[in-house]
Design a protein around this ligand. Structure first.
Ligand code: NAD
Length: 254
């Protein structure tokens, strides 16, 4: 039996596409012949990644939307369908991180991270799942984190870790709810990855120690998250749904 890793000719929505992992996923999908609707915070510039995709011959459209705004999320998916065609792939990478010790953290700081990282993934999956139901099927990959499985030594981010555990478990639930519509839902959980998020002041000085604590002896480049995402999106993963794939250089084995 042949195995198809190919994604050529399909249409994807990628949230968080302006930076880091989402940007690497958008460019990686473009190189595989996928038309990409790039979603990110309106304040972030999407022009760069869309221009880069188009220069390389890919079809791409910018869909600025804050994932906390459900009507904007719905509109982004509608734009993707109208401009590019039926949406059958989605990767949700939009997320934020910051830190404060739990006993000092204001509730508003906690809920803001939950709103973006967890509720934003839910509203994105809902809009994308509806589009895939219209299209007759599809595949969604949510970017959680190994922080949904471990607590990061030295980083005070209970809100972030809770949001990522929520994304992983939401994925399991959506896997069975969307299965009757031909939609698979999986999670990719990166370890420490060299993006602007990992360069924030409370984390940047910890990164060398994290690399040393990783069996592969280093932190990830954002492009290294794309391969596992592409596998889960593809027909090669046709019997894979509801999993959380750790992409962490082995960090969580210890
Ligand atoms: N960098 C790491 O070490 C690491 C590790 C594990 C998981 N992750 C996760 O990977 C994902 C991408 O992180 P990154 O490191 O590429 O970060 P990044 O800061 O480089 O990019 C974040 C992206 O999310 C978008 N975004 C943020 N808030 C948004 C909002 N309210 N509405 C719409 N878009 C919004 C930004 O516009 C940007 O495109 C996040 O979910 C993050 O939690 C990152």
């Amino acid at each position: 039996m042949g195995v198809s890793f190919g994604l050529d000719g399909r249409v994807a929505v990628v949230t968080g596409a302006s930076s880091g992992i989402g940007r690497a996923v958008a460019l990686g999908l473009g190189a595989q012949g996928v038309a990409v609707a790039c979603v990110a915070r309106p304040s972030d510039r999407l022009d760069g990644v869309v221009a880069e995709l188009r220069e390389r011959g890919s079809r791409a459209v910018a869909c600025p939307a804050d994932v906390r705004d459900e009507s904007a999320v719905d509109a982004a998916v509608a734009t993707a369908e109208a401009e590019l065609g039926p949406v059958v792939l989605a990767v949700n990478s939009a997320g934020i991180a910051n830190a404060a010790p739990a006993l000092e953290m204001p509730t508003a700081q906690f809920t803001e991270v939950l709103d973006v990282n967890l509720t934003g993934v839910f509203t994105s999956c809902r809009a994308q799942g509806r589009a895939m139901r219209r299209a007759g099927g599809g595949s969604i990959v949510n970017i959680a984190s190994m922080s949904g499985t471990i607590a990061n030594r030295g980083l005070h981010q209970g809100h972030y870790n809770a949001s990522k555990a929520g994304v992983i478990h939401l994925g399991r639930t959506l896997a069975w709810e969307l299965a009757p519509h031909g939609v698979r839902v999986n999670t990719v959980s990166p370890g420490y990855t060299l993006t602007p998020m990992a360069a924030r002041p409370e984390q940047v000085d910890l990164m060398a120690g994290y690399a040393a604590d990783t069996p592969l002896g280093r932190n990830a480049e954002p492009e290294e998250v794309f391969g596992p995402v592409a596998f889960l999106l593809s027909d090669a993963a046709s019997f894979v749904t509801g999993v959380d794939l750790l992409v962490d250089g082995g960090h969580t084995i210890w």
